[in-house]
Design a protein around this ligand. Sequence first.
Ligand code: DX5
Ligand code: ZN
Length: 221
Amino acid sequence: MKDYLIAPSILSADFARLGEDVERVISAGADVVHFDVMDNHYVPNLTFGPMVCKALRDYGITAPIDVHLMVKPVDSLIPEFAKAGASIITFHPEASEHVDRTLALIKEHGCQAGLVFNPATPLHIIEHVIDKLDVILLMSVNPGFGGQSFIPHTLEKLKQVRAIIDASGRDIRLEVDGGVKVDNIAEVAAAGADMFVAGSAIFSQPDYQLVIEQMRSELAK
Ligand code: DX5
Ligand code: ZN
């Protein structure tokens, strides 16, 4: 089977017991912690910052932390998140004045770097920075909230990104974020994704391990 990664979005976790809940989801078989940073400016919602990332590391979470920045501006947070223990940092190109510089900054700080594309954001920028990308994150909902429905036309866009990655011959993860569930994960994988963010689909269920196993068995089909 392909090397698929499941990345629960802790936006849907229990914030009052965050360390415990993240530990539970990693023990249940998740690969990566997806950490949604929202600033009530680039997106209409407000979540958490580097202090919470550091708190998870101090609590003992050793799994990779995938920081999805939905903030504007971006650059000042990068050293902070690197210090706080981020493994991957992704940002939306329209939120940075100098995308190439921001990607370089992430890598200089020792993290993997990625760009995030909203459902309506064109992909052409990829060709100019592909040598700096470790991850491309395709949003399958408009960013800002968990629990939204997967936008079907993003499947076509996923296929386009998969073709760009394959043509480049580079080792770039194709991550998808928004509305991913047991019911649609196989279709999303067939369109080319190999890293799956799922928030409400996992955290709304009492048994995280069961959902993650169901997702993996869909991926094995
Ligand atoms: C939305 C966030 C997502 C969100 C996914 O802006 O980037 O990571 O939490 O949540 P679900 O899986 O519930 O759509
Ligand atoms: Zn996200």
